[in-house]
Design a protein around this ligand. Structure first.
Ligand code: IPE
Ligand code: IPE
Ligand code: MG
Length: 230
């Protein structure tokens, strides 16, 4: 299996819930159960990093009740699944600016990161208060600072710039899947998706299954990736 880094835009929780005559928050709860199932499937097929878009820098625009609910979900999720993720040797990491979250949310995330930090298996990375443009601006600022402080010289290459991104320790994204039929990136991993294969899946996130995910990934590995060559 050639793919090292798979990223997912977990979209469609709200519409899925509406279709079940439920509140949008019920969709998010169901969506968090899916995170477990898809993470385990990704781990099964040997993916090294699975990055999940959980909360964007734009999602603050949503009604307060929905944002508040999303802030509480990590606690619910890790209470239920941290043991299992540990048993699977999965490491939790995050990208995004966690400083903006309530202390309790941050502590839950930091505890999960800490508890799993010595695991050596797949990295399950949650993009939380993450936006691709914001990440690139922060990287540019850090780069500038490093030049001003004489830590690096002015010659900038993609390889050097990547060292200032939040994903500096990860391989470039091989495949990005967005559920729920929307065909846009919504500010996700703009730099890292430069040569990613893309899949726009019609199913909403709460309906994706581990087997279907594996099939999507394995099909995509058969594509001819040319990276501009022949
Ligand atoms: C994705 O589902 C989850 C988050 C953005 C947190 P949505 O909440 O965007 O669901 P839809 O797109 O409104 O159906
Ligand atoms: C993208 O979904 C963000 C996450 C999945 C966390 P959105 O539902 O926020 O994207 P738009 O608003 O439809 O572009
Ligand atoms: Mg959406």
């Amino acid at each position: 299996m050639g793919f090292k880094h798979v990223a997912i835009i977990m979209d469609g929780n709200g519409r899925w819930a509406k279709a079940q005559h439920q509140q949008r928050t019920f969709g998010h709860l169901q969506g968090s159960e899916k995170v477990r199932e898809i993470a385990i499937a990704a781990n099964d097929i040997g993916i090294e990093v699975l990055t999940l878009y959980a909360f964007s820098t734009e999602n603050w625009k949503r009604p307060k009740e929905e944002v508040d609910y999303l802030m509480k979900l990590p606690d619910v999720f890790f209470n239920k699944f941290l043991k299992e993720l540990m048993a699977k040797n999965i490491r939790i990491q995050t990208i995004g600016e966690l400083e903006a979250f309530p202390d309790s949310t941050r502590q839950v995330l930091e505890r999960a990161i800490q508890t799993t930090s010595k695991n050596t298996g797949m990295i399950l990375c949650f993009a939380m208060n993450y936006g691709g443009q914001r990440e690139i601006i922060l990287a540019a600022q850090k780069y500038h600072e490093a030049v001003v402080n004489g830590i690096i010289n002015k010659d900038l290459s993609p390889e050097i710039f990547e060292q200032f991104l939040m994903t500096k320790d990860y391989h470039a994204v091989d495949l990005c899947i967005r559920t729920s039929g929307e065909q846009r990136l919504s500010n996700f991993l703009l730099w890292q998706l430069a040569y990613a294969e893309l899949i726009f899946e019609a199913l909403p996130w709460p309906e994706l299954t581990g087997d279907h995910f594996k099939e999507l990934v394995l099909d995509a590995t058969k594509r001819d990736r040319r990276f501009g060559g022949l």
